[in-house]
Design a protein around this ligand. Structure first.
Ligand SMILES: [Fe+2]
Length: 113
């Protein structure tokens, strides 16, 4: 596995996963076209925020369409809340990129009524 692979949760006991797999906080069901909040934060264990090791960005997708991206510096906590409006049900996909450990993905199904 290289740092260019996209990694996701496979082993809940793995400390590296706990530091890197993003957590998506969003409703399960939303109303079509109405804004709601999606918060993406880092894993269960706090990730280091050091000059040589930090989360560089978080991206949020609806299926394969990029909704937004936020870049971070080591001085910032890598947590962001997006305001999103959807027209149809989709899979929310959050990516976070660690400069040492590469890209990690989390997914959440969201139903639009
Ligand atoms: Fe890391």
């Amino acid at each position: 596995m290289s740092c260019y692979d996209i990694k996701s949760a496979e082993n809940p006991d793995n400390a590296l996963e706990k530091k890197h797999v993003p957590i998506i906080d969003a409703p399960d069901t939303v109303k079509k076209g109405e804004p709601f909040e999606v918060t993406v934060k880092m894993g269960e264990i706090d990730h280091p925020a050091e000059k040589d090791h930090f989360i560089q960005y978080v991206e949020l997708y609806a299926n394969y369409y990029q909704l937004g991206r936020v870049n971070f510096t080591p001085e910032m906590r890598p947590e962001v809340t997006f305001k999103v409006m959807l027209e149809e049900s989709c899979t929310l996909r959050a990516f976070e990129f660690c400069n040492l450990h590469g890209q990690w993905e989390a997914k959440k199904e969201i139903t639009v009524e």
